[in-house]
Design a binder for this molecule. Structure first.
Ligand SMILES: *Cc1c(COP(=O)(O)O)cnc(C)c1O
Length: 493
């Protein structure tokens, strides 16, 4: 199967190459164009377990891996890691459905993909005959770092170094990272903010000498961020899984269309929904939910993408993004493969911070996507109300999506069953969730977790309760300009 750089039809890769490279040499993202060989037989999905659905969908998307190989890879990736065999269960809440993507080892939806990506990287490395150890560098504002650490932990042939901003992540997120187990992991704080950490990592990737010193130590630097095709592919599975659950519980009939409401940041999660639709899933509308950083809401409504606006730090920090990188892939699909257009739009975004899509692209997008946004205050109100009315506890990101669903229904109820994707355990954001229920919360994140549990009796995920009192393994803290040296030393060890 051929994957094209979004910015040039001439730049292609097969699946192992795309996964090992991460990003195309021209800065584009590797994307499949033709889904006709990737159709999923819905009826057969009804008989499958969650792991089987994952193997089937990832295998269709990445057919360079043989079915048996993919099946073994996916089984190993998820074995014993998730709270339920179901991986991503569906809960009925009022007259809607919540797809719980947070039942993995770090209680965040990124676990779904980051459990699989390390194994795809290792398998790609073998297929391409690369002998070097793969060293993953990740800058994190909290969630991705932990999910990546857990995903790469003790995966042979890989090593991972995570940088986080000192004082810039929550107590719980810090505890999650510095207590990380595994022989191939390392965690380091940066004196600075998230951008400093991120820029430091980008500078290492851009450093011409880096490939040289890495190769000398038998290593190759790589990244685990969400533009990698190997992170996108595993996310398609839960759309099919949710659909099968609704059919099997009699909520819908096979063939009925369903709406999905997706709390969106980098557009990876919701793009996986569009891939699922192109692979044969009956999707009515994909509803893009944003917080106060509502650049996507404006884009989907008007066709103008304008990042020249104030950046807000919200209570749904994983959605605090002004440049949604995966949108680039959708632009290629919506323009029916107009590579030159995508290259031009991305140039305009880089140079001017704004672009307008042609009317045809806007119409194609609006046929499938709706978009709504919610403020912190609206999301907090939603958390309180859904708890009181339905006894279901939403996290701050899911609350943005629930609020978007309500606005969508008020404006254009199409009568289809609606699934809200839930991306984090409420206990990952205990302070804000407790404040939404109670009006106040203690400063300490673990105390807030206790109080939230006493108030709601909703079980706390074991990976979070187990953190307290666990000894920190990592206490490195460096300046940004020391990062390059730090990585060189670590790689040479
Ligand atoms: C990453 C993340 C999102 C956004 O997902 P995208 O694929 O970037 O759109 C939403 N919620 C949570 C909790 C996340 O960690």
């Amino acid at each position: 199967m051929k994957y094209y750089s979004t910015r040039s039809q001439k730049i292609t890769a097969n699946a192992p190459e795309a996964i090992l490279k991460g990003i195309a040499p021209d800065g584009g993202l590797y994307t499949p164009m033709d889904f006709s060989e990737m159709q999923i037989d819905l009826k057969s999905v009804l008989q499958m377990s969650a792991v089987e659905i994952s193997a089937e969908t990832v295998g269709r998307l990445l057919p360079d891996f043989a079915p048996e190989e993919m099946r073994a890879l996916i089984e190993a990736a998820y074995a014993g890691k998730f709270e339920t065999e179901d991986l991503t269960p569906v809960a009925k809440v009022g007259d809607a459905f919540v797809l719980e993507l947070f039942r993995g080892p770090t209680s965040a939806f990124k676990d779904v993909a980051l459990s699989v990506l390390p194994r795809l990287i290792v398998a790609s490395r073998e297929k391409l005959g690369v002998k070097d150890e793969i060293v993953i560098l990740t800058a994190t504002s909290g969630d991705t770092g932990k999910a990546a650490l857990e995903g790469f932990r003790d995966v042979p042939g890989t090593r991972i170094i995570v940088f986080y901003p000192d004082g810039g992540v929550s107590d719980v997120q810090k505890a999650q990272m510095v207590t990380q187990e595994g022989g191939n992991v390392r965690v380091c704080a940066i004196r600075g903010n998230f951008d400093d950490a991120q820029t430091g990592v980008k500078n290492i990737f851009a450093d011409d000498s880096a490939n040289g010193w890495a190769a000398k130590s038998g290593a190759r630097l790589s990244s685990a961020n969400s533009i990698n095709l190997g992170r996108l592919a595993p996310q398609v599975a839960y759309y099919f899984k949710a659909y099968a659950d609704l059919v099997l519980t009699g909520e819908i009939t096979l063939g009925d269309e369903v709406n999905f409401v997706v709390p969106t940041g980098n557009f990876g999660d919701i793009l996986a929904g569009e891939f699922a639709r192109r692979m044969g899933l009956p999707v009515a509308r994909l509803v893009c939910a944003s917080n106060a950083n509502n650049v996507l809401t404006d884009f989907i409504r008007t066709g103008r993408y304008d990042r020249r606006r104030e950046f807000f730090k919200t209570n749904s920090p994983s959605m605090d993004i002004l440049v949604s990188s995966n949108l680039e892939r959708y632009l290629l699909l919506a323009s029916e493969g107009d590579f030159d257009l995508v290259a031009k739009l991305m140039r305009e975004l880089g140079q001017n911070g704004v672009y307008d899509v042609p009317q045809s692209v806007l119409e194609a997008m609006q046929r499938r996507f709706s978009a709504y946004c919610a403020t912190d205050a609206e999301a907090a109100e939603t958390i309180g109300r859904v708890w009181r009315e339905h006894g279901y506890l939403l996290d701050t990101h899911t609350a943005v999506a629930w609020t978007a669903m309500e606005k969508f229904r008020a404006e254009c109820d199409n009568g289809c069953a609606t699934v809200v994707l839930s991306t984090a355990s409420p206990y990952k954001f205990s302070k804000d969730v407790l404040r939404a229920l109670n009006g106040s919360a203690p400063e300490d994140g673990f105390e807030a977790m206790d109080q939230l549990h006493r108030l709601t009796k909703v079980p706390v995920p074991a990976n979070l309760t187990g953190l307290r009192g666990r000894a920190a393994r990592f206490d490195d803290c460096i300046d940004r300009d020391q990062m390059n040296h730090y990585v060189q030393k670590a790689v040479a060890e």
